[in-house]
Design a protein around this ligand. Structure first.
Ligand code: SF4
Length: 339
């Protein structure tokens, strides 16, 4: 990207990781004397999302509408959406995710308050410590798009948090594509941040079940006021049959054991649930419902299963009888009613 223009517009779709990366990308431009703008930008950055079909359509639609509005403006597009579909549009340049990782690697986790995003406010610093995923949950498209793993070293995380504190931030939100694949010891990372910085509060975007171990729980006991008392832990299902088909790295026993330990602390919990995963029977769904009820989540993001291209779940979906729309609706309603 040449520094021939003066203003830029950055647009983000999707998760906190995308948001942190859009912000970092914007920081690169700000370092090159570009100024953020909302109208008539000289260049546009769009970070897309493809976690659902809807996200994909919205992201690609935005690229097309901005191209129509500003046909002469260079539009740089990255992220998880099906970018192949944009290949022949003039002035639209595609950065595959791995190219984006390369671009952002050197910046570590610098984050600019000049770019507001929907996940962060001026006093909350989005700390991206990991990206990429090779877990291949059977319904998920992310590993096809972001297979390159990257982790922020503990000492770099501590330095980044110290400079965030210097810049007035009071809270950090730790985020990553799959924190279960954080290369270093996750509990040690939190411990070092708590011990070596004055950050008032550490929160988590979403935290995988497998990150929660004895060491992590001890930190809550030692620093009850400096770690958020809300944890969003995606479990997706309570049926072992479905968890196995989903290729999730735990079973219902592990979910129950982990929450039994966590519930001894003054914490509240959120989760993600997918209803209508291919072959989910009434009995499977009941297990999920009962598990959610027993844990007592205060927040549940309930998604109806949506088939994504190339995934194993799509094959299961295409080769089995479909779950009707009525059943899908009723199941998601029952989950929603719990909270
Ligand atoms: S852990 Fe599973 S759901 Fe999360 S990004 Fe990786 S494959 Fe997708």
């Amino acid at each position: 990207m040449k520094n021939s223009s003066k203003t830029f517009l950055s647009i983000n779709f999707g998760c906190r990781v995308n948001s942190a990366e859009t912000n970092q990308w914007s920081q690169i431009l700000i370092n090159q004397n570009y100024i953020p703008t909302k109208t008539n930008p000289d260049i546009i950055l769009i970070n897309t999302c493809s976690i659902t079909k809807k996200g994909d359509l919205e992201s690609l639609g935005k690229v097309r509408s901005l191209h129509q509005k500003y046909p002469k403006t260079k539009i740089y597009v990255t992220g998880c959406a099906n970018l192949e579909k944009l290949k022949n549009i003039p002035n639209v340049f595609i950065y595959q995710n791995n190219q984006k990782e390369e671009l952002l690697k050197d910046l570590k986790s610098s984050y600019t308050p000049k770019i507001k995003d929907k996940f962060s406010h001026t006093h909350r610093f989005l700390l991206k410590i990991q990206s990429g995923c090779t877990q291949f949950c059977s319904y998920c498209i992310v590993p096809f798009k972001r297979s390159q793993l990257w982790s922020l070293k503990i000492k770099d995380a501590v330095n980044t948090v110290n400079s965030a504190v210097k810049n007035g931030y009071q809270e950090i939100i730790i985020t990553g594509v799959n924190l279960d694949q954080y290369e270093y010891d996750f509990s040690d990372l939190i411990k070092n941040i708590l011990e070596q910085t004055d950050i008032k509060l550490i929160s988590f975007g979403s935290i995988p079940l497998n990150c929660i171990n004895k060491k992590f729980i001890e930190l809550f006991k030692k620093y009850p006021d400096r770690i958020s008392n809300f944890l969003h832990i995606p479990i997706q299902s309570g049926s072992d049959k479905i968890l196995k088909l989903m290729n999730r790295p735990y079973d219902s026993k592990k979910i129950i054991n982990t929450f039994n330990k966590l519930k001894k602390l003054p914490l509240s919990f959120g989760t993600d649930i997918i209803v209508g995963f291919p072959t989910e029977s009434d009995q499977d769904f009941k297990k999920t419902l009962n598990l959610c009820q027993n844990i007592g989540f205060s927040k549940i993001h309930c998604f109806r299963y949506s088939s994504r291209p190339n995934t194993k779940a799509k094959i299961i979906h295409d080769t089995n009888s479909k779950i009707s729309k009525e059943i899908l609706k009723s199941r998601s309603q029952q989950i929603r009613n719990l909270v």
